[in-house]
Design a protein around this ligand. Structure first.
Ligand SMILES: NC(=O)c1ccc[n+]([C@@H]2O[C@H](COP(=O)([O-])OP(=O)(O)OC[C@H]3O[C@@H](n4cnc5c(N)ncnc54)[C@H](OP(=O)(O)O)[C@@H]3O)[C@@H](O)[C@H]2O)c1
Length: 341
C-alpha cells in the first residue's frame, strides 16, 4: 500500500508518499481500500510537532476514511467484503489501505459518496458530542460558536437545525458571513475587526448570558467565553487553535495560551452555577458504546438531509502538502480530503 508520511516535524513540504507492506486486520477489524480520507487541523499540528498524541515521526496520521471492505477479521459480524463503509482510524488513515475496528465502521447509506463519507466522522461526531452529549443544547439555547465556518462549525450549525429557536453567535472572517447566515447562524461576528464579547453583550443585554460556548480556540478565549455564560451555562473546550498560527511550530505561543488559561475550582463552579467540560476525541476512541450511537444518529440525519458534508477540495496523496497548506492558511470552507489517486 502507499501512504502519506510525516518523516520529520516541519513545514508542509516535508510530507512524502511511501510504499508499505499491506496491513492485516485483527479478529474484530476490517481492512478497507481507502477511496477518501479526511484531513483535520490536528494532523497539521502533528506535522508541526504540536500534537502530543500523534505518533512520533516517521508516521502516518489520519483519523477518518471511507472506502470498500476488502478483508474481514474472523470475529467480525455484519460487515463483509465489498461493503462501502465509513469509519474512524486511530491514525494511519492517510493510506490506500486502512484497518478499522468493526464498532466504529458503519455501512454507508445509499446516495452517500466516498467524499461525503470521509467528511463525516471527526467533524460531525465532535459537533454532535459537544452539542448534545455534553452540551445539553435545548430549544431556545443561546450559543457562541468559534471557528464557525470551519468543518466542525458547519456540522454544529447543520445539527442545530434539529433544535427549535436556537440563537447562534458565530465567529469567522467577514467573507464567510453569508455562508454562516445560510446555515442559520443569526449573528456572524468578524473576529478580526470586532470584539465578540461586546457584540454579544450588545445583542443580549449586559445581564443576559449564553447557555453554551463552544471553544476550540483556547488561551485567552476561555476567560472571555466564561464571562459571557448565564447561570447554568456551559463552556466546552475542545481545542487550542489560538496557539497555532502559521506554518511552523511555536512553543512560545503555546506557553502564552497556557498562561492565559481560565482557572476554575469546584468552589467557583458551584458559586457561579456554571460548568466547564473538555473534549478530546482522540482519547474517547475506546468508548465505543458512547460514540457508536452518536455515529448512527449522524448517519440517519444524513438520510434525512440534515447532515450535508461540505467538501472544499480533494487532493491526491502526491499533493498532500498543498492540502495541508489549504487548512493551515484557513482557505477552506468545508472539508479538505485526500485520496490515494
Ligand atoms: N478536541 C477534539 O476532539 C476536536 C475534534 C475536532 C476538531 N477539534 C478542533 O476544532 C477546531 C476546528 O476544527 P475544524 O476542523 O472545524 O477547522 P477548519 O475546518 O480548519 O476551520 C478552521 C477555520 O476557523 C477559522 N478561524 C481561524 N482562527 C479563528 C479565530 N480566531 N476565530 C474564529 N475563526 C477562526 C478560519 O477561517 P476564517 O478565519 O476565515 O474564519 C479557518 O478556516 C480545531 O482547533 C481542531 O483542532 C477538536
Amino acid at each position: 500500500m502507499k501512504a502519506v508520511v510525516i518523516p520529520k516535524y516541519g513545514r508542509s513540504t516535508v510530507l512524502e508518499v511511501r510504499e508499505f507492506p499491506d496491513p492485516t486486520p485483527g479478529p474484530s477489524e476490517v481492512r478497507i481500500q481507502v477511496k477518501a480520507a479526511g484531513l483535520n487541523f490536528a494532523e497539521i499540528t502533528a506535522r508541526q510537532g504540536l500534537y502530543p498524541d500523534a505518533p512520533k515521526p516517521p508516521c502516518v496520521v489520519g483519523y477518518e476514511v471511507a472506502g470498500v471492505v476488502d478483508l474481514v477479521g474472523s470475529e467480525v459480524n455484519g460487515l463483509s467484503e465489498g461493503d462501502r463503509v465509513v469509519g474512524f482510524t486511530r491514525f494511519g488513515g492517510h493510506a490506500s489501505l486502512a484497518v478499522l475496528d468493526q464498532s466504529l465502521a458503519l455501512r454507508m447509506p445509499e446516495g452517500m459518496s466516498f467524499e461525503q463519507g470521509a467528511a463525516i466522522p471527526v467533524n460531525y461526531l465532535t459537533a454532535h458530542h459537544v452539542l448534545f452529549h455534553i452540551g445539553h443544547t435545548h430549544p431556545g439555547s443561546r450559543i457562541l460558536l468559534h471557528m464557525a465556518a470551519g468543518g466542525v462549525g458547519t456540522a454544529v450549525l447543520q445539527l442545530l437545525q434539529t433544535v427549535p429557536e436556537v440563537q447562534v453567535f458565530g465567529t469567522a472572517s467577514a467573507s464567510k458571513h453569508d455562508y454562516l447566515r445560510n446555515l442559520g447562524c443569526a449573528h456572524p461576528i468578524d473576529y478580526r475587526s470586532q470584539d465578540y464579547v461586546e457584540v454579544i453583550r450588545e445583542v443580549l443585554g449586559v445581564r443576559a448570558g449564553l447557555d453554551l460556548v463552544l471553544d476550540p480556540l483556547g488561551g485567552p478565549h476561555w476567560k472571555k467565553g466564561w464571562s459571557l455564560l448565564a447561570p447554568t451555562g456551559r463552556l466546552v473546550a475542545y481545542g487550542l487553535a489560538s496557539a497555532v498560527e502559521g506554518p511552523k511550530r511555536s512553543l512560545l505561543r503555546v506557553a502564552r495560551a497556557f498562561h492565559a488559561a481560565l482557572l476554575v475550582t469546584p468552589f467557583s463552579l458551584m458559586n457561579d452555577n456554571r460548568s466547564l467540560q473538555g473534549v478530546n476525541f482522540g482519547h474517547l476512541w475506546t468508548e465505543t458504546e458512547r460514540l457508536r450511537p452518536q455515529f448512527l444518529r449522524v448517519m440517519s440525519l444524513f438520510e434525512e438531509g440534515i447532515v450535508r458534508p461540505q467538501i472544499h477540495r480533494v487532493f491526491d496523496f502526491e499533493d498532500a502538502a498543498a492540502a495541508h497548506r489549504e487548512l493551515e492558511e484557513g482557505r477552506n470552507r468545508g472539508k479538505v480530503l485526500l485520496r490515494p489517486g
